[in-house]
Design a protein around this ligand. Structure first.
Ligand code: FES
Length: 104
């Protein structure tokens, strides 16, 4: 599947916000930076599956609510364990007032 999926209205994702959405059965964490760009990574923590959308956001970093792993919201990189594997990242974009994500 190579197409972008329409996941949210742009207005539902304010600058500094993040939301979990379902894209073809994949839980994706979509976030918007202060400068308005959008990013998307897997919502299920690579440690043991914590829901990142229920964690705290600090700048472009999210902390998993279960054991405190920290991930970059755009690259998925692990900034602090116990997780060792990065979050999968996806392409995300704004188009005609909608947020779109490609899971491929
Ligand atoms: S499940 Fe996310 S840090 Fe353990």
């Amino acid at each position: 599947m190579n197409d972008f999926a329409d996941v949210l209205e742009e207005a539902e994702l304010q600058a500094g916000g993040m939301r979990a959405v379902d894209v073809d059965g994949v839980r994706v964490l979509v976030s918007r930076s202060e400068d308005g760009g959008v990013c998307a990574i897997a919502n299920r923590c690579t440690h043991v599956g914590g829901p990142l959308d229920e964690g705290e956001r600090d700048g472009n970093v999210v902390t998993c609510p279960w054991h405190g792993s920290r991930f970059d919201l755009c690259s998925g990189e692990v900034l602090h364990g116990p997780a060792r594997e990065p979050q999968r990242r996806f392409e995300a974009r704004l188009r005609e007032g909608r947020v779109e994500v490609r899971v491929s």
